[in-house]
Design a protein. Structure first.
Lengths: 524, 395
């Protein structure tokens, strides 16, 4: 292959593709290598039963960076929305559901108090104000606290200024809640158990944390950050599933000149004269480039692809200690007709349905995961995307996709043993809310964190490539010494969810990494 | 060892009873959790035993790790700043290891006991760092400080003492080589190593053999003026030899709290033990960067006028500007010089600098201060040829 290739990107996840597109746009010759047969990684659509397709990992799009959409003209490359601004329904087994309009704009359902309605509006506005503090930080490399240049100083000053500008009371309140747990904050604000359960669930989705774990306010703000700007589209479903996001990114990257090779598994990163020199594929093929960018998680990158002995011992210890224990599973059901949910209008079924009846329920579900057991009463985030996007299933038929917590990666006794029992438990849980669902099921698929690790190459099956918490946030993400996308090995960069700002289908890590690589080249 | 260790804050080495019997002054200090003698008789007598006859010093408290496994060479080449690929079985190497930022964690001696079997000795404890460094390598690390009793037999007559004990071919043992032997029917590993800069050996043995071997050495050494010694005499000898000590001449990087308090090997005059041609070791990238930018400090040897040891003195340039401080100082009886090791800010460690030591001393409870001119010494303060000779002269 051409020796004039500048950059190899390992992994065609959405961040790898975004990074490749930005680098190609700046004139770099980029080759993206993807182990799987198609692009997308955790933002992909897969057929899990004949004729039935579903978003294989991430299933809702609510954080995709508007700058990425615009700058890479994703609409021109085929990105369409099947639905935007989805509402949320907090399910109750007895049918007395709580309806939370998009953005907390209104609250309805049995037992809703005027107090809660008012509190929700205030809470939502305040949380969005705090989340907006983070948004500018997410669109750039995280600032260094010591030894930084003017860009770092400027970013820190801007954060300080935006904090100060909120006023004394708000600043105090932000500092009070930023690192505490969502449980306490929700208890301070709300009465309705379903409301507290629903917001609590949003704060812990995809994490190994319960509502009472510290940092859950931060993870809630992180989640909100994609939806607190005027251009935000709310919780959305891409036409064709999450794979459509990746396909649009791949199209953009290719149009800008990047080359993408699928079914090309990278076995290791080559080191020459103590800098990255390219990669070797599993089949032995050697591909050279002076810059190697890894979309893989930090532990796979440094231990699996590079080798711990290639990096400093202290740095290797940081990498070893990244907290990345996945606890979210996926349930996919192929349905030959639309099931009914107790007391739920068919018109509301296209919304985001949550099984998180109380905060205590969510916390109990987490307790089991702490001790390497799965939750016997799991929490779920459910969508039936076929109500908005009928092409995902044969005519008249549907698919249901649910994120299920908590299912610990390192289940005691192993997942091989638990497989069928666990699937039945999930269906039984659903059946408490939708008694006829069993009769509708044509096929069912459960992806445990172990499956997610295997299919998407994420260590620990953790969506975010590392827990999103203060100790792994901003300049500490993924670890000190690699927080600005460059790693200790010259020429090797990170661009995945493990890097700042983190996981969720945002594309920000890929965009920032590309900028860091281009800036590094410009200032060298 | 006894499980009752919690009853006493300091443990006893297997030589303790002998040390107690030899002590005329009952002066002890804590050395890494063990009771150790700071002196047994008179420091000057003990010092002259090191330089003129033979001295016996209990080095059991020295931290010892046993590292084994198929990846040992790769492991040490990543851990240490020197290239250990050439270190053969039966050889010993002085070595350094740094943190990611190229700051010295500690120095020590590495013994290659077998193909995949090494012992690493150091002043400080490093179990955590050694274990951390195993990530990616197939090696095991065991702390064996308690399991190995050790003695340093140092001084011009040390070789003769061992020969009189029937240790065959001892005079042919070259510096930094080791051999397995037996003395009085007990197994001993002997290495021609030490911390005195003199002819000398270190003996490594099972704790059960400790008492008998001590007795045998003392008995055989009687005609060679052997003398058990404490740490103060040893400290004089090691400063003369220009050897640095952790937490005296540098703060181990993993213990330094304030930014900038650590020192790199270059800043401690140890560049000769850093092999930047190696592909990769912890701290290499930082050391390359330091080489490019220049070091902040230099550790220098000073010959200071007068005879008052310049302990802890500030060092001035031109009597006005503080440019560093003394880390170790002593009156050297053999070199007949007032010597010191000092850490100086760049560029004051180079020749031509007008350096002065500000020495405080007490005279009848009254503090006095004097400024003493310093001369930079490039070679060793004291470096007897017998240290390197094989066979050494028969004293």
């Amino acid at each position: 292959m051409s020796s004039d290739r500048d950059v190899i990107v390992i992994g065609a996840g959405h961040n790898g593709l975004a990074c490749a597109a930005y680098l190609a746009r700046a004139g770099r010759k980029v080759l993206v290598l993807e182990a799987a047969a198609s692009v997308g990684g955790a933002a992909s659509t897969a057929e899990f039963a004949p004729g039935f397709s579903v978003s294989a990992c991430a299933h809702l799009c609510h954080q995709l960076n508007p700058r990425v959409i615009e700058e890479l003209s994703l609409a021109r490359h085929g990105l369409r929305w099947a639905a935007t601004g989805l509402d949320t329904v907090a399910l109750s087994a007895d049918g007395r559901h709580l309806y939370i309009a998009a953005g907390g704009a209104s609250l309805s359902g049995a037992g809703v108090s005027a107090g809660d309605t008012a509190a929700l509006a205030g809470f939502d506005a305040r949380m969005k104000r705090y989340a907006r503090l983070l948004v500018p930080m997410f669109d750039q490399r995280p600032p260094r606290l010591a030894g930084g240049d003017w860009r770092d100083q400027f970013a820190l000053a801007r954060l300080g200024w935006s904090l100060r500008r909120m006023g004394r009371i708000e600043m105090q309140e932000f500092l009070r809640v930023a690192a505490i747990n969502i449980y306490d904050v929700l208890e301070e604000n709300f009465e309705h158990p379903l409301l507290k359960g629903a917001v609590g669930l949003d704060a812990v989705l995809g994490t190994h944390m319960g509502p009472r774990s510290p940092n859950t306010v931060l993870s809630y703000l992180y989640r909100l950050s994609g939806n607190c700007t005027p251009r935000a589209i709310g919780i959305a479903l891409p036409q064709g599933g999450m794979g459509a996001v990746s396909r649009a990114l791949a199209g953009a990257a290719q149009a800008l000149g990047a080359e993408i090779r699928t079914a090309a598994r990278v076995a290791r990163i080559l080191v020459e004269h103590d800098r990255a020199g390219g990669v070797e594929l599993a089949d032995g093929e050697v591909l050279r480039a002076k810059t190697v960018v890894s979309n893989a998680d930090p532990r796979s990158t440094f231990f699996g692809l590079l080798g711990a002995g290639r990096i400093e011992a202290g740095f290797a210890r940081y990498v070893k200690n990244i907290r990345m224990r996945g606890t979210a599973a996926k349930l996919h059901l192929a349905l030959d007709r639309l099931p009914s949910f107790n007391g739920l209008e068919p018109a509301s079924m296209g919304n985001r349905l949550l099984i998180a009846p109380t905060l205590g329920y969510v916390e109990h579900a987490f307790d089991h995961a702490k001790y390497r057991e799965y939750s016997p009463a799991p929490v779920m985030e459910i969508v039936i995307p076929t109500l908005h996007d009928s092409a995902l299933a044969p005519p008249g038929k549907h698919v249901l996709s649910a994120v299920v917590q908590y299912a610990p990666y390192d289940l005691r006794g192993g997942w091989e043993q638990a497989g069928e029992k666990y699937r039945d438990l999930l269906i039984d849980t659903l059946a408490r809310y939708s008694p006829d669902i069993r009769d509708c099921i044509v096929a069912a698929q459960v992806l445990t964190p172990l499956d997610i690790e295997r299919q998407f190459g994420m260590t620990g099956g953790h969506w975010h490539h590392g827990e999103l918490a203060l100790d792994q946030f901003l300049m500490l993400r993924p670890v000190p010494g690699a927080a600005q996308y460059a790693t200790p090995l010259p020429g090797l960069y990170l661009c995945g969810a493990g890097a700042h700002p983190g996981g969720g289908v945002m594309g920000s890590a890929g965009r920032n990494a590309a900028n860091a690589i281009l800036l590094g080249a410009a200032t060298r | 060892m006894s499980i009752d260790h919690f009853r006493t804050p300091l443990r006893h080495t297997p030589f303790h009873a002998r040390l107690v019997a030899a002590s005329t002054c009952n002066e002890w200090y804590a050395w890494k959790g063990y009771t150790a003698p700071s002196r047994l008789t008179e420091v000057e007598f003990e010092y002259f035993a090191i330089r003129n006859s033979a001295s016996l010093f209990d080095i059991t408290p020295m931290t010892k790790y046993r590292i084994r496994g198929p990846d040992c060479v790769a492991y040490f080449n990543r851990l240490l700043t020197r290239d250990v690929a050439a270190l053969a079985v039966g050889r010993v190497a002085y070595c350094l290891w740094c943190d990611d930022a190229g700051q010295l964690i500690d120095d020590g001696t590495l013994f290659r006991l077998g193909e995949q079997d090494y012992r690493l000795c150091s002043q400080e404890r490093h179990y955590d760092w050694l274990l951390t460094s195993t990530l990616g390598f197939q090696v095991s690390v065991e702390e064996e400080t308690d399991d190995v009793a050790a003695l340093a037999l140092q001084g011009p007559t040390s070789c003769a003492v061992l020969r009189s004990l029937g240790v065959g071919a001892i005079e042919m043992l070259r510096p930094f080589h080791l051999m397995a032997t037996s003395i009085s029917g007990r197994e001993v590993m002997l290495s021609r190593t030490g911390y005195t800069g003199d002819l000398g050996y270190e003996l490594w043995m099972h704790p059960d053999s400790a008492g008998a071997l001590w007795d045998a050495l003392m008995e055989a050494g009687r005609n060679y003026a052997i003398m058990p010694i404490g740490s103060q005499a040893l400290d004089m000898a090691r400063i003369e030899a220009g050897f640095i000590q952790a937490n005296v001449d540098f703060v181990p990087a993993d213990q330094a709290v304030r930014p900038g308090r650590g020192r790199s090997p270059f800043e401690l005059g140890l560049a000769g033990h850093v092999d930047l041609r190696k592909a990769n070791f912890t701290g290499r990238r930082a050391l390359l960067e330091e080489q490019r930018r220049g070091s902040r400090y230099q550790l220098v040897k000073l010959d200071i006028e007068g005879s008052t040891p310049a302990t802890d003195s500030f060092i001035y340039s031109g009597r006005r500007k503080v440019v560093g401080h003394v880390t170790s100082a002593v009156w050297s009886p053999t070199a007949k010089a007032n010597i010191a090791l000092a850490s100086l800010r760049t560029p004051y460690g180079t020749s031509g600098a007008d350096l002065w030591a500000e020495i405080y001393y007490k005279r009848e409870l009254k503090w006095e201060r004097k400024m003493a001119r310093c001369r930079l010494v490039t070679g060793a303060f004291y470096d007897p040829a017998r240290r390197r000779q094989t066979p050494p002269a028969n004293y």
